[in-house]
Structures are given as C-alpha cells and as structure tokens.
Design a protein around this ligand. Structure first.
Ligand code: ZN
Ligand code: ZN
Length: 372
C-alpha cells in the first residue's frame, strides 16, 4: 500500500509495535521507560508516557506528559499520538483514558516498580487487567535502521578522534583520573552530549579489574593501560576499548597476553554475521582463550548490543546469548584476559551485524602500540 504522506520513523515504529500487540494478547501497551518513550515518539523530556492501542486503532495512541513539557512535546512528539497534558500522576491518568469496554493492558514488568504497579492496578477501571510485557520495545530497538547506524558511526569516530588527540600528550606520569576527565572533555568539545558511560582508565595491575575506576595514581612506564570509553552523540552511544603499552620494556608475559586477546578478538569479529546465536559467537573467541589456558581469566561475556543505551540486546554471552544475531544489530566484541595482581588486556570494537558478515564502526589500530 502506498501513502501520500511519508511516515516518520517514529510512526513506523509505533505501527509495527501496535501490530504486534494482538499477537501478544494485549489490547493496549503502556510504555514508561524514558528511552523507550524517546524511541517511539522523539520526545526527549524526563516525564512522558505512551499508551499504544493494539492493531489498527491508530486514533487510540496517546502521549501523556505534564505542563512543563507542553511546548517541547508539541514540537517533538509524532502527530500519530494524541497529546494530553496531565496534572498529577501519569500512570493514573493513562488508566483513566482506557476505553470502558475492558481488556488487557501490557506493561514493562522489567522497569515498572512494585509501587507503580499497585498504583496502576488501583486506577484501572473494572474489566481491565495487567499483563507483563517486558522487552517489546527493546526487541524493536535491537535492529537499527540506516540513520541509527550512521549516528552510531559518528559517535564511534568522534570517540576515536578524542582518544587520538589525548594520546598525543602521552600517558606516563598522568593520573588515570586525569586521563579519564581529559577524554570526556575532548569528546564534549568534539560535539558529544556526554560520555556514553564513565570512562575506564586502568594501568598495570589495576587493569586486572574489568570495571576498574580511574585512580589518582600516576601511570607508570613499561606497563599496559586499558582505556574503555565511548561518546553519546545524537542520542546514540559508542563503546570501544584499547590497551596500550607505556614503554618498550613491557614484560614478555604482557606481550603474550596482548597477542592472545587480539587473536581472540579478531576471531570473534570474524564470527559476527546474521544467523548464529550470541552464545555461538562468544564460544569462538572463548575457545581461543581457553586453549591458551586462560579460560578462567576471561570471566565476562564477549559482547553486548549498543544503541540508545550502552548495554542493550542482543548479548554475546554463554549465559544470555540464546537469540540469533540479526542484520542491523549493533554489538561489541570485547574479550579480555585479567591476571589478578598482575595485568589485564581488553580489546573492544563496535560492529554492525550484516547479512553475510560485519562492519566495524570504529577505526583505531589494534596492533600493540607504545604510548609513553
Ligand atoms: Zn566498553
Ligand atoms: Zn562494552
């Protein structure tokens, strides 16, 4: 069917989701997580709620917010949603707008609190019942369209440029904290809204902690430094990790571990395409690390989806990777080997899953590089 007026991408998303609701056995869906509200409507404020009607009842879609967002919501929210400015609690107001005929209201049981669930239950008219519906919007979000991929590529290249500039000033003698702050400032000066998560800068034995917090201590010579950072740009995140040597006098053990992680990372990248499950891709990189006797030193999953949030679906993991990768997923591949009290290496790229392979969005070199 053709239409004279092109749909916005928000309208397309709403139509797809509304079409799925009948299959899920719900008559309406309440979307309350800000990132999901933004994905469906374009609204960037902090207090907004979407009520989608199942099937073809396009006039039944509603957006609710409060008076602070009257102007902003008029500018941002897709016209397919009827806008209502509400005084008081949005959930209670949403419950009041449901038709009197009764039915099933889906809600996000992964994010609605027990208190809000109770509030909602009390506000529902006779004949309405609540049904858990977590993950409905997240599943749509996991497959990116061309514009989303371009935004993520821009975020990744901006983060690359920030790190390149920072490395020109060297690492030895600067504190991990100072490097992390500098990196964030550089990303913001280059146009990022913020860092996509607090940067990790971890030198020497501190690098053995996968989620190390940057310390005030100066970075020593002849050690490894792991830097894990990303930019938030036009609503989308990037995520990348590089590990550098701070001198030619790096230990033989550190060089061996670096070579092992790089090998596993490249095997993992090459395994990414539409078709295999996240668990299968995880296994490709993990087996390389296990063969070298370091399986117990790689305690986290191989990677995760990235998008409007820094961690989203799908997962490349032994424990949560049961879903098959789809073209348009954007995932990280980030194996690591962590030797407690000694050192750590992690190397991470951001990839678009394609039908027959993958495309890496970031561009920094991965060969072991000395930055002193
Ligand atoms: Zn990362
Ligand atoms: Zn990551």
């Amino acid at each position: 069917m053709t239409s004279a007026v092109a749909q916005t991408r928000e309208e397309q998303r709403i139509e797809r989701l509304a079409g799925e609701l009948t299959e899920r056995g719900v008559d309406a869906l309440l979307v309350s997580t800000p990132v999901n509200v933004r994905y469906l409507t374009g609204f960037t404020g902090s207090n907004g709620l979407v009520l989608l009607a199942a099937g073809e009842q396009a006039d039944g879609h509603r957006f609710l917010t409060d008076f602070r967002y009257t102007t902003q919501s008029a500018e941002q929210v897709a016209p397919v949603l009827a806008r209502e400015i509400v005084t008081g609690n949005l959930l209670e107001a949403a419950a009041r707008t449901l038709p009197g005929s009764g039915g099933t209201l889906g809600f996000d049981d992964a994010s609605v609190t027990v208190a809000d669930h109770e509030r909602l239950r009390k506000a529902l008219a006779q004949g309405w019942e609540l049904a858990p519906c977590a993950g409905a919007v997240e599943r749509l979000r996991a497959v990116k369209d061309a514009q989303e991929i371009e935004r993520m590529r821009a975020a990744a290249l901006l983060a690359d440029e920030a790190l390149r500039g920072l490395l020109e000033g060297g690492l030895v003698g600067r504190s991990e904290r100072d490097v992390a702050i500098d990196l964030e400032l550089r990303m913001r000066r280059l146009g990022a809204e913020s860092a996509s998560f607090p940067s990790i800068v971890a030198a020497g034995s501190h690098g053995a902690l996968p989620h190390a917090e940057p310390r005030a201590e100066p970075i020593a010579r002849d050690v490894l430094v792991t830097i894990d950072w990303g930019a938030l740009h036009e609503g989308y995140c990037s995520d990348c990790t590089r590990t550098y040597a701070t001198g030619e006098g790096l230990s033989e053990q550190a060089r061996e571990i670096y070579a092992l992680v790089l090998d596993a990372q490249e095997l993992g990248v090459a395994a990414v395409r539409a078709g295999p499950t996240g668990r299968e891709v995880d296994a490709v990189a993990r087996e390389a690390i296990e063969r070298a006797g370091h399986g117990e030193h790689f305690g986290h999953g191989l990677g995760h989806g990235v998008g409007m949030e820094i961690h989203e679906g799908p997962r490349l993991s032994r424990t949560e990777g049961e879903r098959r990768l789809l073209a348009g997923n954007v995932v990280t591949v980030e194996p690591g080997v962590y030797l407690p009290g000694l050192l750590g290496v992690r190397i991470e790229d951001l990839l678009v899953v394609r039908e027959d392979g993958q495309e890496v969005l970031n561009g920094l070199d991965k060969a072991l590089t000395v930055i002193s």
